[in-house]
Design a protein around this ligand. Sequence first.
Ligand code: MTE
Ligand code: MO
Length: 348
Amino acid sequence: MLIRTKNRSDVRSSEITSETVYQDRRRFLKKGGQFALAGLGLTLVGCSDDLTQTIAAKNTPASTDVNIPQFNAPQWLQQKVAAHTKSQFLTEDALTPYPTVAGYNNFYEFGYGKQDPAEHAKDLITDPWSVIVEGAVEKPGTYTLEDILKPHDLEERIYRLRCVEAWSMVVPWVGYSLANMLKRFQPTSKAKYVEFHTLYDPEQMPGQRSRLSSIEYPYVEGLRIDEAINPLTFMAVGLYGKTLPPQNGAPLRLVVPWKYGFKSIKSIVRIRFTETIPRTTWVKSGPSEYGFFANVNPNVDHPRWSQAMERRLPDTLWEPNRIETRMFNGYEEEVAHLYSGMDLSKYY
Ligand SMILES: Nc1nc2c(c(=O)[nH]1)N[C@H]1C(S)=C(S)[C@@H](COP(=O)(O)O)O[C@H]1N2
Ligand SMILES: [Mo]
């Protein structure tokens, strides 16, 4: 999102995909519901030794892959995430391999390079963790993560994630719908928006100590209430069947699959219900480039680049893997009604 030219710190997907065995499943969402694990064609990147490993692993469900680390997550959370069920939120797109999902990140609190978060966030303390709930709600307070999650069962959802920088991934998240989380706090009729804040802890987050930072911390994001309670909007505590890696926003992060990735705020410590539109980090730092809505839209270009295409990770210099960007990231049917009558080139 910053003006960055490709540099050495960008992870070459060809370097990381060869390090770990991963499986590559394709699942299909059938119109009437049930998904089929369609055994099938592997989309493969990389070289032939990858291919051997991938074929061997292709029938292993993500949720039982023992090679995926749990970082510092507490036992109770590891167990809760492991007990997730499958859901009907699936995609035909091949999953992005775990090493790319957890190795190519944007989390500016831990640096600007794509590899920086994996390196610098790995010791982030995520237990104990609590979330302040405030503003236009009947049940404000400070909730521990355990309190927050206790009443809810978790499920796996496979979503596309499209960064405003024109790369994308396909991630199997574990979590639950944001609507279910928010309902419990009983928002009042004054709650027109909901605002989220990331942890502010300069001691743990080197990016927050930097005087050169072009963005203000804590990182803040927000949604209109109807967006927040849309069935697609998700609160994730895991991916690939395990607790979230810190670099992906442990222990709790938002996932809004029809919006550019910067809306999907990580490591949330505050949820505030407001009557007025939240002042979000990227709107503050570059209002002509980043809007509050940030819906994925191939027809509205970023002032400095086109949004018509995207790089689906993992890719290599030799195989750029460029695909067309879809309206609302392919979730048009589910969310287009939220914006009827709005000029999306004005409300970008
Ligand atoms: N707190 C915080 N949340 C953040 C970011 C960030 O820098 N800080 N980056 C955003 C951007 S630009 C993207 S594309 C996604 C990337 O999520 P991932 O690293 O899990 O793929 O996280 C979003 N959430
Ligand atoms: Mo992004």
